[in-house]
Design a protein around this ligand. Structure first.
Ligand code: 8DG
Length: 177
């Protein structure tokens, strides 16, 4: 488990519930990862994976497939859930995010109103243009590790975090999609 800084979180995580359920997808193929330049919504202007909010009546898997279709015109095959992320935000509603990976998909990644596709070498992921927490779980996820991350933000800055990996991380997931 990794934590920063050493101080306690101001969040009472035991009773914490996010307002927004969301998803992320990372497609990896031939030594490259399919990232996006996000053009709308939360994190606009950042590099991220495709994803977005879960609509009422959807589960996380249905939501991530729909978001990939909407944002990049691709349909990922057999998404595998790799992690959950819990974001306690200071200035926007709190977010609970399900993170998936896939190695194959139908369609051609295409720019849309919401995103520009960016095939990126796995050793050149631009963490400086991504959310600050990503560097604390994305490398391990790409090594095949399941994860569970809790992050407290002040604006866009991480002020506290706790990230677990492996089976003990999966035991912390709220939902096994
Ligand atoms: N990698 C990463 N992704 C994050 C972080 N915080 C955060 O909300 N996200 C992701 C989760 C969602 O995929 C996305 C936020 O949802 P969104 O605003 O894109 O939702 P949406 O596509 O449904 O947008 P809209 O309907 O409001 O236009 O950003 C973070 O710290 N790191």
């Amino acid at each position: 488990m990794s934590t920063i800084p050493a101080n306690e979180s101001t969040i009472e995580w035991k009773n914490w519930n996010a307002e927004i359920p969301a998803t992320l997808m990372f497609v990896v193929q031939d030594g490259k990862i399919l990232l996006i330049e996000k053009l709308t919504g939360i994190g606009q202007g950042k590099i991220n994976g495709p994803g977005g909010k879960i609509d009422p009546g959807e589960n996380a898997l249905q939501a991530i497939v729909r978001e990939c279709q909407e944002e990049l015109h691709i349909t990922p095959h057999s998404p595998v859930k790799m992690g959950e992320l819990h974001f306690a935000m200071s200035d926007i509603p709190d977010i609970h995010c399900h993170v998936f990976m896939s190695n194959t998909f139908d369609g051609e990644p295409t720019s849309t109103r919401e995103a520009n596709p960016l095939w990126t070498a796995l050793d050149a992921i631009p963490y400086d243009k991504m959310w600050e927490d990503d560097r604390h779980w994305l490398p391990q996820m790409l090594d095949g590790q399941l994860f569970n991350g809790r992050f407290e933000f002040d604006g866009e800055k991480v002020v506290w975090m706790e990230v677990c990996f492996g089976d003990s991380a999966k035991a912390l997931w709220i939902e096994n999609a």
